[in-house]
Design a protein. Structure first.
Length: 195
């Protein structure tokens, strides 16, 4: 059997400080959403993306794509901006929505663990992203049971044979996320708040 070369899906800013999309194209693609990107690039995946690729393949997806709730590159989420960059958040959400529609993705695997609590604006990013994707009729999945705090498990150190299970994202957002997203639900255009 010949080793098939994959087409990379990759979109970042010019300075390489923000990454919006990384993955490998396929006939059946799963999208995984994490907190923020690290240093991974095409043909140079970090351990998290190696896990995403393996688990996706086990669940019968020949392609995968990684999105993040916040697009700033940081190997440690503690190094993320203290204040939200709304311009980058909006660019990120645009890239996510357009690529989901263009690639005909219907399955979203959420995988951020308790890291969603690392910055106060990240729950808002999730709540806002979900509102922008809710009309697409997506299938939301997780691997394993949620963390003790009730968040979807991060893929790092998970077995290759981790099966996707259905996840009630709407209930999760209403019960766990929206209460933490208050104060960020204002209207911003190019980082400027409109009242």
């Amino acid at each position: 059997m010949k080793n098939e070369k994959k087409e990379w899906l990759y979109h970042k800013n010019k300075e390489n400080t923000f990454r919006y999309v990384i993955g490998e194209n396929g006939k059946k693609i799963v999208a995984c959403i994490g907190i923020n990107p690290s240093t991974a690039e095409p043909n140079n995946l970090d351990n998290t993306l190696k896990s995403v690729k393996r688990i996706s393949k086990f669940n019968n997806f020949d392609g995968w794509i990684m999105y993040n709730l916040y697009p700033q590159r940081a190997t440690n989420p503690s190094d993320l901006d203290n204040e939200i960059n709304h311009t980058e958040r909006i660019k990120n959400f645009g890239a996510i929505r357009l690529s989901i529609k263009h690639l005909k993705i219907d399955t979203i695997w959420v995988a951020w663990g308790d890291l969603i609590e690392k910055r106060k604006y990240i729950p808002y990013c999730l709540s806002d992203l979900y509102s922008k994707l809710s009309d697409l009729n997506l299938n939301w999945k997780i691997i394993g049971n949620p963390t003790k705090k009730g968040h979807p498990r991060h893929p790092l150190y998970k077995k290759t044979k981790s099966e996707f299970i259905d996840f009630d994202i709407e209930k999760y957002i209403n019960e766990k996320i929206k209460p933490k997203a208050k104060g960020f639900d204002k209207t911003y255009i190019d980082g400027i708040e409109f009242k």
